[in-house]
Design a protein around this ligand. Structure first.
Ligand code: FAD
Length: 124
């Protein structure tokens, strides 16, 4: 019987599994990626909206906010290095009803605190 020895096995070849596998392989480890579908990246990773999120809606100082903001910078760097085209088209958040104004102010405050200077937090 043929036996294969590996250092790490990553289950699931979506964007997360592949990124983890790449990171492990770059340290010299022998990595196997197991995928139940016929091809890699055919799960949620191939069906998302392709937006690089700002992290603006996550609770301040939460891990989601921290990872989203640091991951966004890493993703832009990766895209530049590998000549992957992207469009930084910016985002406008508006209130469509007066009862949404407080939420809008809160988002603006959070953006100014956590995400400046990259975001333009113009007065309302
Ligand atoms: C509608 C929608 C829109 C989104 N839009 C965005 C966006 O604009 N920007 C953004 O950053 N994020 C977005 N996301 C989130 C993002 O797409 C996901 O967080 C990301 O793709 C998850 O990647 P993953 O590798 O964890 O999962 P997946 O891509 O689902 O990969 C998991 C893989 O594991 C495999 N698998 C599962 N079980 C097993 C098993 N037992 N054995 C072997 N293989 C297995 C699956 O077949 C699959 O290939 C969106 C999500 C959704 C649902």
């Amino acid at each position: 019987m043929h036996k294969e020895y590996v250092d790490c096995i990553v289950i699931g070849a979506g964007v997360i599994g592949l990124a983890i596998a790449r990171s492990l392989a770059l340290t010299g480890r022998h990595v196997f990626v197991l995928e139940s579908e016929k091809c890699i990246g055919t799960g949620i990773s191939s069906r998302n909206s392709e937006v690089i999120h700002a992290g603006i809606y996550y609770p301040p100082q939460s891990l989601k906010a921290k990872f989203c903001v640091s991951g966004r910078a890493l993703l832009y760097d990766y895209a530049k290095v590998h000549n992957i085209p992207y469009k930084k088209c910016e985002k406008m958040i508006v209130a469509t009803h007066s009862n949404q104004m407080q939420a809008l102010y809160d988002i603006r405050k959070r953006a100014a605190k956590d995400l400046e200077p990259e975001l333009n937090c113009l007065g309302a």
